[in-house]
Design a binder for this molecule. Structure first.
Ligand SMILES: [Zn+2]
Length: 122
């Protein structure tokens, strides 16, 4: 058998970010119903855009094909200095993508975690 794939749990890898996302969702009229999902979100893949500071990641599958499922986008704008806007995509009631730009600190944690996963040492 090959390497066992252990998905990365957002709340374990980036607990402060998970808290931040959950708090901002809870405070958002549209996002509040999705806040309870945050503790169980798994980081499935990184955004492939290679933009410096892009810390976006997927947490679920977006169905493609003939009938692509509609995506609901929830923008959580930052009201604090030093905090980025966070854009959440929801498909069929599940958070499938988290977009975070200009956060090299988070991007570095994700880079390291995925490098370990690829090396099989996570
Ligand atoms: Zn990106």
């Amino acid at each position: 058998m090959g390497h066992k794939y252990e998905p990365l749990v957002l709340a374990q890898l980036l607990p402060q970010l998970a808290e931040e996302i959950a708090r901002r969702l809870a405070e958002d009229a549209e996002g509040a119903e999705f806040a309870p999902q945050v503790p169980t979100l798994r980081i499935l893949s990184r955004c492939g855009c290679k933009e410096p500071g892009c810390a976006s990641f997927t947490t679920g599958a977006r169905r493609s094909g003939k009938h692509p499922t509609p995506v609901r986008t929830i923008a959580l704008f930052s009201t604090r200095r030093g905090m980025s806007d966070i854009i959440i995509d929801v498909v069929e009631g599940k958070i499938v993508n988290v977009e975070i730009l200009d956060r090299t600190d988070i991007a570095a944690v994700l880079d390291e975690a995925f490098a370990k996963l690829r090396a099989g040492t996570a």
